[in-house]
Design a protein around this ligand. Sequence first.
Ligand SMILES: NC(=O)C1=CN([C@@H]2O[C@H](COP(=O)(O)OP(=O)(O)OC[C@H]3O[C@@H](n4cnc5c(N)ncnc54)[C@H](O)[C@@H]3O)[C@@H](O)[C@H]2O)[C@@H](O)CC1
Ligand SMILES: [K+]
Length: 500
Amino acid sequence: MQGAWTPDQVRDAERSVFTSTPEPVVMRRAAFAVAVHGARLLAETAGAVAGRHVVLLVGAGGNGGDALWAGVEFRRRGAGVTALLLSPDKAHPAGSAALRRAGGVLVDAAGPGADTAGVGAAAAGALERADLVVDGIVGLSARGSLRPLAAELVSRVAAPVVAVDLPSGVDPITGAVDGPAVDADLTVTFGGRKPGHVLGTGSVRSGAVVVAGIGVAEHLPEPDLFVLDAADVGAGWPVPRPQDDKYSQGVVGVAAGSATYPGAAVLATGSAVQATSGMVRYAGSAADLVRSHWPEVVATGSITDAGRVQAWAVGPGIGTGASGREVLRHALESGRPVCADADSITLLAEDPTLWDARDPDAAVVLTPHAGEFQRLAGEVGADRVAAAREVARRFDVVLLLKGNTTVVAAPDGRVLVNPSVHAWPATAGSGDVLTGLIGALLAAGIDPWLACGYAAHAHALAAELAAFGPEAGDDPVGAPIGASALLRSVPAAIRALRAS
Ligand SMILES: NC(=O)C1=CN([C@@H]2O[C@H](COP(=O)(O)OP(=O)(O)OC[C@H]3O[C@@H](n4cnc5c(N)ncnc54)[C@H](O)[C@@H]3O)[C@@H](O)[C@H]2O)[C@@H](O)CC1
Ligand SMILES: [K+]
């Protein structure tokens, strides 16, 4: 499992480092890492480092300082370096002096000879001739969207970019991008990843992320966020042991679908069938259809005679009327872990007395999208992690907030994120598949917080495998998928995760 640390956690760790190592030394370590990895990128994209032209975008703080010192290292490797200073009077003094001594050119980004957008002639020319851009506009202390001159420079970047610490324009805490932002090929960050690298579009804007320890890593506390690797998911995925039978692996009950929405029942039971090797029971008015698609499912018309299960997956397509309410109440009263999705969430929002039916010792997982979240607890807002964490605490649930980045918050404050790789899973019925996966993992006895993380990971991978398909070839191009195709790819996704 990888971690991500908030800017405050990183600053505290840096302060601990400064008690034994002077700040300029730490900055030069950071800059050295930027130059080493940036030079590799330059060699790959421009064929060489010596004789190539590196442009530094230099802001007023420590991030700009890193860029200036990285410029010194590029000069050592024979590259030409031009630093575009966004605030010439505030640019890191020691870094500026060192780059000048090393033969770098430092220009005021705003002039002389500014064009109508406010960019000086030398700065505009340098950007046009850049083989590599080092983004040192802003890092840990970024506030709000980029200021106009920074935004204008960023919009003119055509060369490959190495971002220092974070791509400028990405919020370090939320990963949100509100205006122009750097689109990095590579980000070199220090100590550990920040939430901005794994949340929202920040995960895409960062490109490949390299973590340089620089002496800070060993001073970091428990991470604020966790990210599961494929290997974590593969190692934790339940598979039958020699002594197992169909009951010992966990029986999952699925209560989903209705005469109006029978498809939800087929998708949710189908994913539960494929997720684990135990047993799947189905309860609801789509029993005949479920049986015809999945003969291995034990299907009944009513949840009251469904038999014993180790966990319930309840909600998709059950409706928000009286019968849906009774189905949810019955599942909550069972004393088993419950994954409550879709209509279940609406029911809980409309009738909070339903919470009284739950056994406080049995886990409840809620899997809202932004609209369902709003019904339950108001607007998600820009800080999705904070929103999920707050609601998980308030309702004593594991909350899986759907979206381009999936956020899973436990009631004790732990948060897992599944960064967005692409948006192929955004298709009707996709959530029903996720519910079945979570239900099956809960029945197998997996910790509910991890069960959500495993399920989100496998779900995203199944969508990717379905979208790219076996026929996509060497230069794969995705094609839109439906939830049925996603469902069919679940076994391949689990196989790939277990192999990693
Ligand atoms: N603290 C340390 O000792 C270390 C810091 N390091 C670097 O220093 C950075 C943090 O330095 P600082 O705390 O000085 O802050 P930053 O360099 O992140 O940003 C501060 C400056 O950016 C400007 N700024 C803020 N929001 C902006 C926006 N939206 N558009 C344009 N400009 C904006 C402000 O004028 C402010 O002066 C880290 O990200 C890292 O790159 C590294 O050298 C490692 C050691
Ligand atoms: K930056």
